[in-house]
Design a protein around this ligand. Structure first.
Ligand code: B12
Ligand code: SF4
Length: 445
């Protein structure tokens, strides 16, 4: 067991795993002189035990955390718990992912030693090469000995084909990321700000390599991570159906007769204006899903404009009708409580929800959350009045509506309080648009 320079402990939670799997996929192919080992801390207690063991072996211990904003506060409490059990100068807690990227200083103040910002592949490989010493590694934010914030800059954004989309060595599989970044810029969403406002697609050949490996391992279901499914292969806001067909055909063939391909269902939602008969027929031809998810977000064109969605309500109606006509079950994402939404807008959303439910769609209701890393980070938390809640409940009882929108109300309030505690330079809550503002799926998470 001895002779290791570095023990990498993942605080591995079932809720958020994909980012870690992608990082492990990059690590398994990386040649380094550092002698390291990776261990999975599936609970606070097991993470603490791995840290203790690493220290006992005389290794430096790099503890990696990956989480989204709503979990940040609870995990900060867990970090303190772990530190109370196992800690030492050789232990470095690094938080990465969407929250750490958007709020690095909040992350440090919450107790982590280092915040990793942006895409993590090269950052992690550099950290492993340096046996866990963060000094000078690009993509990090930390405090120096005097307590001043050090920012080492954003890591390079590399082509998706450069790294594996899951980990063979550690046997960790997930929906395959086929597209990173997004040309739309919906004000409630972090994706284009995290990964850039351009699409980067994994090539069909590279996707096929992954599908072949999955089949060899006896895995049967192929799913995709993408901000907007029908944008695969496109550089613009228009779909590229030829590229989509090439992708689906090669996955269908690769996974074999007993396998299944899912496209247009979570986590690969479809924008409403991209829904066409031709696109739906491609899904039916190659895929196993009988449902698709379409992002509507609001039944008010005014709110959609303010959110810079890049489509209107009519496109949503058309998408649902087409989907139903082609025999799909349609799930429609809607957000209640968006900034500037007034009673008339809420009524318009409820009317649309009822109309789509009549057509046979199911509404996936969300409460607006002012998410870090989005243009609406400083907006007031989404609130939903009792009357709307009653109507939404009626739709839920009919099975026409689902979602964690009540829980999201609590998240929203906490995020708004955190945003107020960390005002962005030059910004204040008063500059929020109460309505129109004119940039462009569903809340992808
Ligand atoms: C898949 C997904 C989910 C899945 C996750 C499944 C899983 N087992 O991992 C599920 C359904 C659980 C989910 C849930 C939610 N999600 Co979600 N989800 C996504 C989605 C579509 C893809 C995320 C992903 O895996 N991307 C691919 C991986 C490779 O990217 P990544 O995780 O960011 O990791 C990279 C970097 O961040 C970094 N990195 C990540 N971790 C670490 C750690 C270290 C140490 C380092 C160095 C680097 C690093 O390196 C990775 C490779 O470059 C994104 C939108 C998008 N297109 O990105 C939303 C997104 C992440 N979700 C979001 C949200 C808000 C939620 C929910 C709160 C929504 C809700 N229903 O209430 C919940 C919260 C769940 C929770 N407990 O935290 C937001 C997060 C914004 C924020 N600031 O928090 C996003 C960005 C969408 C949006 N609206 O903007 N989600
Ligand atoms: S909501 Fe979807 S389309 Fe809009 S910016 Fe986010 S990922 Fe892109």
């Amino acid at each position: 067991m001895g002779g290791r320079d570095l023990v990498v402990v993942l605080r591995y939670r079932k809720a958020v795993t994909y980012g870690f799997h992608v990082l492990l996929g990059a690590l398994e192919e990386h040649e380094t002189t550092t002698r390291y080992d990776v261990r999975f801390g599936e609970s606070a207690e097991s993470a603490a035990r791995h840290i203790e063991a690493g220290l006992a072996e005389g290794a430096r211990v790099l503890v990696l955390w990956s989480f989204y904003s709503p979990d940040a506060a609870a995990l900060a409490a867990e970090l303190a718990e772990i530190r109370a059990i196992a800690d030492g100068p050789g232990v470095l807690h690094v938080a990465g992912g969407v929250h750490a990227t958007a709020e690095p200083v909040q992350t440090l103040d919450a107790g982590w030693d280092v915040a990793a910002v942006g895409e993590g592949e090269t950052t992690l490989l550099d950290l492993v090469d340096a046996a866990g010493d963060p000094a000078g590694i690009t993509g990090l934010v930390y405090r120096d000995a005097a307590g001043a914030i050090v920012r080492t800059g954003r890591p390079q954004r590399r082509p998706l084909d450069d790294f594996r989309g899951f980990s063979l060595r550690w046997d960790r599989f997930n929906a395959l990321e086929i597209t990173r970044g997004c040309v739309f810029s919906c004000r409630f969403c972090q994706t284009p700000f995290m990964f850039s406002a351009k699409f980067r697609h994994r090539s069909a050949g590279n996707v096929r390599w992954h599908v072949d490996r999955m089949r060899e391992r006896g895995l049967r279901d192929v799913r995709f991570i993408t901000p907007t499914a029908l944008s695969y292969g496109s550089r613009t806001d228009e779909p590229n159906l030829a590229a989509v067909e090439e992708l689906l055909a090669c996955c269908r063939e690769g996974i074999g007769p007993n396998g299944r391909v899912f496209f247009g269902s979570f986590p690969s939602e479809i924008r409403p204006e991209h829904v066409s008969r031709e696109a739906l027929r491609l899904v039916r031809k190659y895929c196993a899903n009988t449902n698709i998810i379409v992002g509507a977000q609001s039944g008010s064109d005014r709110v959609l404009d303010a959110a810079k969605r890049g489509h209107g309500v009519e496109e949503v109606r058309r998408a649902v009708r087409l989907g139903v006509a082609e025999g799909f079950r349609i799930n429609v994402d809607m957000i209640f409580g968006m900034p500037g939404e007034d009673r008339g807008d809420v009524d318009a959303s409820l009317t649309l929800a009822r109309e789509l439910a009549e057509l046979g769609a199911r509404i996936h209701a969300h409460t607006f959350m002012p998410l870090p890393g989005t243009p609406w980070r400083d907006a007031p938390p989404g609130d939903v009045d009792p009357e709307t809640i009653r109507e939404v409940d009626r739709l839920s009882r009919r099975g026409a509506l689902y979602g964690h929108w009540q829980k999201q109300r609590d998240h929203a309030a906490r995020l708004a309080a955190a945003a107020q505690a960390y005002p962005r330079p030059g910004r204040s809550r008063t500059i929020l648009p109460t309505v129109p503002a004119a940039d462009g799926c569903a809340p992808p998470g």
